[in-house]
Structures are given as structure tokens and as C-alpha cells.
Design a protein around this ligand. Structure first.
Ligand code: SF4
Length: 87
């Protein structure tokens, strides 16, 4: 059992404020419209404090860290919420 955490964005709730990318640039950048892009969903132990701060700072409560079971594949994109929306 691992205590790994996975970063997840609720794409419906996110309105592109961008605080998450400012507080966690190691894992998040913004696309051309100001919406976050996750470089990796796995949160390294040394970035957990920064990730928690980014999660707390999100004004839309759209950023989450979920416990992750160890995976045999490396398909990190599978954990990203990809709900479609009309922007
Ligand atoms: S801080 Fe929250 S609302 Fe703003 S871009 Fe990041 S996830 Fe979206």
C-alpha cells in the first residue's frame, strides 16, 4: 500500500483563475486561455506542502489531491478529470 497522492482538476468547476499554477509551477502551467495543464498527476513528497497550499488557494475548490493506489501502468492522464464543458 502506498500513500501516493494524485492531483486532479474538476474541469467543470475551474474558471481559470490561475493561482494553482503560481503556487505549484512544478506540476501545473496554464494553457493559452489561462486554464491549468497538469504536467504530472503524481505529487512528489517534496511538493506536497506546495500542493496543499495550491488546493487551499483555489477559489473554486476545483483542485484536489486524492489518495492513489500503486499502479502497474504509467498512464497518469487516466486520473485527470476530463469532463467536457462549453467555455
Ligand atoms: S486555482 Fe482553481 S479555478 Fe483557478 S485555474 Fe487553478 S484549479 Fe482552476
Amino acid at each position: 500500500m502506498t500513500d501516493a497522492l494524485t492531483l486532479r482538476i474538476d474541469r467543470v468547476a475551474c474558471t481559470g483563475h490561475g493561482q494553482c499554477a503560481e503556487l505549484l509551477p512544478e506540476l501545473i502551467t496554464l494553457d493559452e486561455w489561462g486554464y491549468p495543464v497538469l504536467h504530472d498527476t503524481a505529487i512528489p513528497a517534496n511538493l506536497r506542502a506546495h500542493a496543499r497550499r495550491a488546493i487551499r488557494a483555489c477559489p473554486r475548490l476545483a483542485l484536489h489531491a486524492d489518495p492513489t493506489a500503486a499502479r502497474s501502468d504509467s498512464s497518469s492522464q487516466a486520473a485527470v478529470t476530463t469532463t467536457s464543458s462549453t467555455r
